[in-house]
Each structure stands twice: as C-alpha cells, then as structure tokens.
Design a binder for this molecule. Structure first.
Ligand SMILES: [Zn+2]
Length: 143
C-alpha cells in the first residue's frame, strides 16, 4: 500500500502476510540468556512464512550471525535500513534491487532462539528504531 513517510509517498509492505507481535522492542530478560538485554527489534510469530521487504531498496547483507542466524539487511536509502533475522533461507543476494512487498526470505529458527519467529529491526541514522511503532504509524496512522 502507499503510505506517506517523511513527506514522501512510498509503497510499503508488512514484513509478513500476517503480523502478530510476540516480543516488543526495548530492554527485556532475554529468553535464552536470562539476563537483561536490549531487544533491538520486534519478534513476530511465524511458521515457514515468506518474508517481504517493507520498502523499496537494495539488499546490503545476507549473512549468518551466531545470534541472528541467517539474516538479510536491506538499505532503503535516506539512512533507513531494515533487518530480518532467524531465517531458514534467503531469496535474494547482496546487491539485488527489491521493491516493497518482494519476497526476500523464509522464516526459520536459526541463531539464538527459543522457537521459530521473525526478528524484524530498523535503523535510521545508525540508531535502532522501534519497528512496531514505525509499522503502526505508517499503516494505522498511530504514533
Ligand atoms: Zn528478536
């Protein structure tokens, strides 16, 4: 759908066909490490679901990290980046151009997880944004 962001009209997609929050952004007791850590994104319920790029952009990274598992990072320009973690597979390669709503991966349980879910994070100017607030703002006009 078309949304207004920073005064520009952009096409935007949710990262999953159905979005259900299972863990929010902020400090929490980590479900695996059992100590207080910043959860720099949100967790969304998923079961072998296709993951979509939320905005147009260029795939910057497809990598395996011990904590995030298989992840994809997409550069949307204007210093906005999105990150999708714990995937079971990638559907894109670094350098690929993607449109909002293009499939970029499939959810999984790679990395440090207590069960399958999508970890979705956003950075703007190299700072973490609360992706739940971002999605609510652009899709439902709530702040
Ligand atoms: Zn997470």
């Amino acid at each position: 759908m078309a949304v207004k962001l920073w005064g520009m009209l952009l096409l935007c997609s949710l990262p999953l066909r159905q979005v259900r929050l299972t863990s929010s952004f902020g400090y929490r007791i980590h479900p695996v490490y059992h100590r207080i850590k910043l959860h720099a994104g949100i967790d969304l319920a998923a079961r072998h679901d296709t993951v979509f790029s939320i905005l147009d952009g260029v795939v910057q990274t497809c990598r395996y990290s011990r904590t995030l598992g298989l992840f994809v990072r997409v550069d949307h320009g204007s210093t906005l980046n999105s990150l999708y973690g714990h995937l079971s597979q990638w559907l894109v390669l670094p350098g690929d151009t993607v449109n909002a709503g293009d499939p970029i991966g499939v959810t999984g349980a790679t990395g440090v997880v207590s069960g399958e879910h999508l970890h979705f994070a956003l950075t703007y100017n190299n700072r973490w944004l609360n992706p739940w607030r971002f999605l609510n703002h652009i899709f439902y006009g709530k702040s």
